[in-house]
Design a protein around this ligand. Structure first.
Ligand SMILES: Cc1cc2nc3c(=O)[nH]c(=O)nc-3n(C[C@H](O)[C@H](O)[C@H](O)COP(=O)(O)OP(=O)(O)OC[C@H]3O[C@@H](n4cnc5c(N)ncnc54)[C@H](O)[C@@H]3O)c2cc1C
Length: 402
């Protein structure tokens, strides 16, 4: 049984969203916050398994929550890393075009980035060669000055420690949300907890938690697996920062890219392979009784959504080295198969689907219902955005909520 019987604010999930929302609540004067987390530590899922890239407002349609919070979140996270002495690699990033047909998309990204206030520039091949000598492009590339890389686990642990030190936040691990009783009692695997306000920050399970409150019935999540490979240690010097392809902007994924991490290793990936479980990190690992239902959802999308069909055709073959390597090879000169080695890094991106339209939802969604608030689509760049997004959640849905 949990020692805590009740809380003014109860948060479900100790990923980056749960932790930064708790931090923002403290800033706003809240004193009695409990976080329940089903795992034995924070960051066991998306927040601890991502690329660690602080995006810089390039891709997102202006006026979306993602566009509004990404750049400010980037700045706030950098400030936090500097204050806390956490690793921060201000690498910048280039987005390269593999052929002429991608140049209009690059220009569209320039337009979006400029509207979002991002510091970007179209550069020619000579400039690209100075910034990232191994990158290759067709005539022009987009350079983002403010993209950076952090160690996501170090950020989570620092936040976790900061919260506990205040004495105003209790984090109860190994405790899973199981349901709600009445309008103010949460049932967990460790007993009941009464709450004033409930905040659903359950990441890959946020749809299920919302459904338990009777919220968001038109939405459920479909998981996409991101597998990574690495450059061999003696090949890492060819990459200075981050090299990204021009993405298919109809879908929310950015394509296999190169990222130099804060420890100097260079990762390639992630893929976006439709998965069979919310925590399906290996081939079979994480496939549970929900697999058939997830497969059914994927088949519906496959038959009715051409953009999903494209992903389903192109991504799964990247389990095979040959196809994964093909994506990587077009970004970098002289990359050879021997430069790329396996990696055990893998993540799952839970992607919300609106079943009324059968479309993948491309922005963050927050729904308030009575005394519960649900963060429903914390897709990338939610790690980057989190410190600003948390401010929006607390201001608009908790403090000043109607
Ligand atoms: C492969 C990959 C690469 C990415 N790269 C980037 C990047 O470079 N930059 C970027 O900004 N973003 C990136 N993202 C996206 C980013 O990681 C996510 O947007 C962000 O981590 C979401 O945070 P979260 O707190 O909502 O979810 P999570 O980190 O999943 O946290 C949710 C928490 O809730 C807990 N939980 C779930 N259900 C329950 C329950 N029933 N009871 C109790 N606890 C529960 C989980 O155990 C988990 O700890 C990437 C994601 C992936 C998967």
């Amino acid at each position: 049984m949990v020692a805590v019987k009740g809380a003014e604010i109860l948060i479900c999930g100790a990923g980056i969203i749960g932790l930064t929302v708790a931090r923002q609540l403290l800033k706003d004067g809240y004193k009695d916050i409990v976080i329940i987390e089903k795992e034995d530590a924070p960051g066991r899922h998306a927040s601890g398994r991502n690329s660690g890239v602080l995006h810089a407002g390039v891709y997102y349609m202006p006026d979306t929550l993602r566009a509004k919070s990404c750049l400010r979140g980037n700045m706030l996270m950098k400030e936090y890393c500097r204050e806390r002495g956490l690793p921060l690699f201000e690498s910048g990033k280039v987005i390269v075009a593999k052929n002429e047909t991608e140049i209009p998309i690059l220009k569209e990204l320039l337009k979006r980035a400029t509207a979002n206030g991002a510091r970007v520039e179209l550069i020619d091949e000579r400039q690209l060669n100075e910034i990232e000598p191994a990158a290759k492009t067709c005539a022009t590339a987009l350079y983002s000055y403010d993209t950076a890389v952090v160690d996501p686990k170090a950020v989570l642990m620092a936040l976790y420690d900061d919260l506990l030190k205040t004495g105003k936040v209790t984090i109860i691990k190994n405790t899973q949300f199981k349901g709600v009783r009445g309008s103010a009692t949460c049932m967990t695997t460790n007993g009941a907890i009464a709450f004033g306000t409930f905040i659903n920050a359950a990441g890959a399970y946020s749809d299920k938690v919302a459904h338990a409150f009777g919220v968001g019935s038109q939405y459920s999540l479909v998981p996409f697996k991101g597998i990574y490979r690495k450059l061999r240690p003696d090949s890492v010097s060819m990459i200075r920062g981050s090299i990204y392809p021009v993405p298919d902007i109809r879908n929310p994924f950015l394509g296999v890219h190169f990222t130099r991490g804060i420890d100097g290793s260079v990762y390639l990936g992630p893929t976006a392979i439709p998965a069979l479980g919310r925590e399906n990190y290996g081939i079979l690992k994480g496939i549970d009784s929900e697999a058939l239902e997830i497969l059914r959802r994927e088949l519906v999308l496959f038959s009715e959504n051409p953009k999903f069909r494209e992903v389903a055709f192109t991504e799964p073959k990247k389990y095979l080295f040959k196809y994964f390597f093909e994506d990587a090879r077009v970004l970098v000169k002289d990359l050879e198969p021997k430069d790329v080695v396996p990696s055990d890094k893998a993540g799952v991106r839970p992607q919300l689907v609106d079943w009324k339209t059968k479309e993948l939802v491309t922005d963050f969604i927050v729904v308030k219902d009575g005394n519960s608030v649900h963060v429903l689509n914390s897709i990338s760049p939610a790690f980057t955005s989190s410190m600003d997004f948390a401010r929006v959640i607390v201001n608009n849905y908790i403090k000043n909520a109607a």
